[in-house]
Design a protein around this ligand. Structure first.
Ligand SMILES: Cc1ncc(COP(=O)(O)O)c(C=O)c1O
Length: 1004
């Protein structure tokens, strides 16, 4: 170090000591004008010392003010905090390499974006989220320093038009000129209507910090803040993070969507982002050209400008309309704004459309061809060969003609023409419907329009002669129908603007020699937005962007009205499905393993099969009780569905037979069945039955129980009403203490625990009596599910029922989770308690996944309910449900599944108890048959729940062993086991070995 440097270091260290009381080592950091230092204090704390060069006082004041503002309004944001010196000042004058202003800031950890080792999609989305949160906090911030005419404010990009002349390269100059002109003419006028505020304006790759996992951990440097259009923030950040990204539009869309999720932008803002990113590059090129003119040796600028020009060119190769549609879509706006209205118009007016071919054939029989990789190898056939094969198949099927499906992911699109700008994203998904018929077949217009575009795509495997007709709906929306592979002669007769009447034959099918070398067919497509491609509009889209392509070209099945499906559902990736679920199905519907959800497409026995063909051992699905997709149930459903499905007002043998078979599983007097559609409905009906019979209204329920999602059942489910979002216990409900033999007041070994816990039921009855009321119904499961897979103490239900009945109430056994032989020793869990309830409700396993449920009760209770008000249930007891219910009962009987549950369940619990000898974390193993709980605790004395550990176990069992499990219980520390009954001894051993390994690893 030179003497001067040593002096300077000593001066800075003295400043730190004297002004801030910090003794520490300093390391210089890069900075354009300011001197920046990392300070490492003796206690390990790090700081950022800034010695600002003299300059714009407003600018510095603004930087000080913004950190103060953010410290107050958004203390959680990862931005620096300004520290006061000993005199309480956040900045003060000093003299180090000339006069400067000193500031000390908290240190933000992480690597700058450009040098971070790990960067991925989440880096982009966390940056979007941070900027969204930042701008929300900045909404209320204003400062004189930010109200400036600033060259780096791309909201004022038009001012750079005069700098164009500094760009020497003609191609670059033309590109920048086009962008700035578009900005002035089309972007700025729309921006004027968008929100303005102070923004950071420089989330560049040196100002954004990432943690080791690649998530954004900090944002630096508020020196470029300006009051401008809010959306500029997104554009500036996008311009940096898309550098080198495989799919630049995807990157912009991801950032914008993440920003939008915390700070909602308008559809107009979403639409302007793409042009603004281009504008940022254009401004950067103008600024650089000027700076390079003033300072030709600035190699840093020359290098960074290479990135800028390369990325700008990449963006320019993107289809702008499509890019905007993708960004709109990512933010939750319709990709094509008028497409939803058009689709509705098409649906509403379908009855009025004319046939596109063969108008004389009222209901053509069509044969759908398979052009996927799974279908015939079409590429091995020439056009004639393909035509002969299609003709043979049509004849064999007795069809009028063949069709090719909309949404089909096709193997036939092989050439470069189907590449897109983005790596790995080929266009292979069919956007139209093909109609196969010999060359010369006339083509009719389904609705009136005019010839809008004519194009001769005269390349092999192109569209050949193509026409787009333009149509206008009565709501004023314009759309097009596209006709590809036409005959050249027919198209030549058309002229642009020519009116075409509904039903008019305006063109004809082309022969292979002229239609792009395909066997003769018409490609028919509906187009809501031709993306500026006009007659060159694409006929196939990118599967990964299907939601956008689907909006650009909706399903044309509506135009044809064929008797068989002419479209397929395009399989989508998990990210998309999660996003769409959140958007369209609501966030209250949870997703299993939400950090890494599964896309399950098949099931067999105790296994589920995901979209990649992996098999998962399903240990939580008691609904598909007799095994996923059991062939006897599938057959029964298919056959009855094909024969008849109607409501129960008509006489039907299956319904009566099913009620006989179901009631036969209960002792007298439980002889009458009601059929409903879900466990909740069964429990709701049970409440009505009890009220009708007893004349009382109140219900007593066991703590932590769940009995269903209807309002009436949330009321009797402490698991819900006392949990998140719950409204507390309603006045007509009383909660009895949960009989928990493991961590409750009376525990294993107390032979009288059942009676003691039932005392609380008596107390609830007495409390009611004190108010002059009596219970209508007592709810309990035979094993407490949400309570934590708890088996009941001996005599609990006997005693509890006695208290209820003494007060004139009825007793319900909720067998929705545990019924149908799962407990192994009995058909119903309540039978393990030696009681006969007044009402039993069943659901989940009853239909092996088909939505059905039932209530069984006594003739006397059913009679009291028949008070004149009809009980009608549209779907309950329909013939299909009855046949399925019968098949389930047959399989349980014929496959001896109850016995199987007992044998394998005992093996599982013996095995788990053996594991408990090695793994202290296993506090309790309980259950009957294949309904079990393994409770994890940190300490067997204090019973401290090991909930976080259980989460790790569940994640590991999934991630490493492909075993699906879940947690249960008020403390979320009980491993819940309730697999489909075909769960075998080998499955059981696999589970135990995996659990052993996982718990072993957890302990290490
Ligand atoms: C014990 C119990 N009862 C009733 C229900 C409600 O059944 P469904 O979801 O079919 O309405 C459930 C559902 O989990 C349940 O566990």
């Amino acid at each position: 170090m030179t003497d001067a440097r040593q002096d300077e270091t000593a001066a800075i260290e003295a400043l730190l000591r004297e002004s801030y009381g910090i003794a520490g080592a300093i390391t210089p950091l890069p900075g354009e004008h300011d001197l920046n230092y990392r300070v490492e204090a003796a206690d390990g704390t790090r700081y950022l010392l800034k010695l600002h060069a003299p300059g714009d006082a407003d600018d510095l004041a603004m930087q000080i003010a913004v950190l103060d503002h953010l410290a107050d309004t958004a203390p959680g944001l990862p931005v620096s905090r300004a520290l006061a010196d000993r005199m309480g000042r956040q900045s003060f004058a000093t003299d180090i390499r000339g006069p400067r202003t000193a500031r000390l800031l908290t240190w933000l950890s992480g690597d700058v974006w450009s040098r971070a080792a790990t960067r991925h999609e989440e880096s982009v989305s966390t940056l979007g989220g941070l900027l969204g949160a930042l701008d929300r906090s900045l909404q209320g911030f204003s400062h004189a320093g930010a109200k400036r005419l600033y060259a780096w404010d791309i909201g004022r990009a038009d001012m750079h038009l005069e700098n164009l002349r500094f760009i020497d390269d003609a191609e670059k100059q033309a590109a920048v000129a086009a962008i700035l002109e578009r900005f002035a003419a089309a972007v700025l006028p729309r921006l004027q209507a968008c929100p303005r505020q102070v923004i950071h304006n420089d989330a560049n790759d040196y100002n954004v910090l990432l943690d080791a996992g690649g998530r954004v951990s900090g944002l630096l440097d508020f020196g470029d803040m300006v009051e401008t259009f809010r959306v500029v923030e997104i554009a500036v950040a996008s311009a940096y993070v898309l550098i080198g990204a495989a799919d630049p539009v995807e990157t912009i869309a991801r950032l914008a969507a993440a920003y939008h999720s915390v700070n909602a932008i308008s559809a107009t803002e979403a639409e302007l982002v793409f042009d603004l990113v281009c504008t940022r590059y254009a401004v950067s090129m103008c600024m650089a050209a000027r700076q390079i003119r003033d300072n030709p040796d600035n190699t840093y600028l020359l290098v960074s400008q290479e990135d800028v020009w390369r990325e700008l060119r990449r963006l320019q190769q993107e289809n702008r309309a499509l890019a905007i549609a993708r960004i709109r879509d990512a933010c939750g706006f319709a990709p094509v704004p008028h497409a939803p209205r058009l689709e509705r118009w098409l649906e509403r007016n379908a009855h009025d459309f004319a046939a596109v071919i063969r108008p004389g054939t009222a209901k053509p029989r069509v044969l759908a061809l398979d052009l996927t990789a799974a279908g015939p190898d079409w590429s091995a056939l020439d056009a004639d060969g393909a035509e002969r094969l299609i003709e043979a198949r049509v004849a064999e099927a007795g069809a009028d003609f063949a069709i090719g499906l909309y949404g089909e992911d096709r193997a036939v699109y092989k050439g470069d023409a189907y590449e897109t700008g983005s790596a790995g994203a080929r266009r292979t998904v069919h956007l139209g419907i093909d109609l196969f018929a010999p060359a010369g077949e006339p083509v009719h217009a389904p609705f009136a329009g005019k010839v809008a575009f004519i194009h001769d795509d005269a390349v092999a495997f192109g569209f050949g002669p193509t026409v787009l007709l333009e149509h206008r709906t009565d709501e004023g929306d314009v759309f097009w129908t596209l006709y590809g592979h036409l005959s050249r002669q027919g198209v030549q007769k058309l002229s642009l603007g020519q009116a075409i009447a509904r039903g008019e034959a305006f063109a004809a099918f082309g022969a292979a020699t002229e239609n792009g070398n395909w066997s003769p067919h018409l490609h028919f497509q509906v187009v809501t937005d031709h993306l500026g491609l006009e007659g060159r509009m694409h006929g196939v889209g990118v599967g990964d962007h299907w939601q956008v392509w689907r909006a650009v070209s909706p399903d044309p099945s509506v135009v044809f009205g064929f008797a068989t499906p002419a479209s397929v559902i395009v399989a989508r990736d998990k990210d998309f499905l999660v996003r769409e679920r959140h958007r369209r199905i609501g966030r209250s519907l949870s997703i299993a393993y939400s950090a890494a959800p599964l896309k399950i497409v098949g099931g067999e026995g105790a296994h589920l099969i995901d979209a990649d063909g992996n098999r998962w051992l399903d240990m939580v699905n008691n609904v598909c009780h007799i095994g996923h997709c059991h062939p006897r149930v599938v057959r029964a459903a298919q056959m009855q569905m094909a024969r008849l499905n109607t409501n129960s007002r008509y006489l039907h043998d299956s319904l009566v037979e099913y009620s006989r078979r179901l009631a036969a599983l209960f002792p007298d007097p439980l002889n009458v069945c009601f059929f409903v559609n879900s466990g909740s409905e069964a429990n709701d009906l049970a409440i009505r039955l009890a009220r009708a019979y007893t004349g009382n209204r109140d219900v007593i329920t066991v703590d932590h129980a769940y009995h269903g999602h209807l309002s009436s059942l949330i009321d009797v489910s402490p698991y819900k009403f006392a949990g998140k979002g719950g409204e507390g216990c309603p006045p007509h409900v009383r909660v009895a203490e949960m009989p928990d033999l493991y961590r409750g007041r009376f525990r294993y070994g107390d032979g009288d625990a059942g009676r003691k816990y039932a005392e609380d039921v008596r107390r609830q009855v007495e409390a009611l009596a004190a108010e002059g009321r009596r219970p209508a119904l007592f709810f309990s499961e035979g094993i407490l599910g949400t309570g934590g897979q708890l088996t009941l103490p001996e005599n609990y239900l006997k005693e509890a029922y006695a208290h209820i009945r003494a007060a004139g109430g009825l007793c319900l056994a909720d067998e929705v989770q545990v019924g149908f032989g799962r407990v192994g020793s009995h058909m119903w869990a309540h039978e393990t308690q030696g009681v006969v309830p007044d009402i039993v409700t069943m659901g989940k396993p009853i239909g092996n996944g088909h939505p059905m449920a039932a209530v069984v009760t006594t003739e006397a209770i059913a009679a009291a309910f028949a008070n004149g008000m009809e009980y009608f249930n549209t779907f309950g007891g329909n013939p299909v449900s009855a046949e399925i219910g019968l098949a389930v009962l047959d399989v349980i009987r014929d496959e001896r599944l109850m016995h199987h549950c007992r044998t394998v369940g005992d093996r599982l619990m013996d095995g788990a108890r053996a594991l408990a000898e090695r793994h202290a974390i296993i506090g309790d193993v309980r259950g009957y048959g294949l309904f079990n709980g393994i409770e994890l605790v940190r300490d067997r004395e204090t019973l401290e729940p090991a909930a976080a550990e259980l989460d790790v176990v569940i994640a590991e069992m999934k991630g490493k062993h492909r075993i699906l499990l879940s947690s249960e219980g008020p403390h979320h520390n009980v491993l819940k086991v309730k697999p489909p009954a075909p769960f075998s001894a080998a499955d059981c051993d696999r589970f135990l070995a995996a659990l052993d390994e996982t718990l072993g690893a957890l302990a290490r």
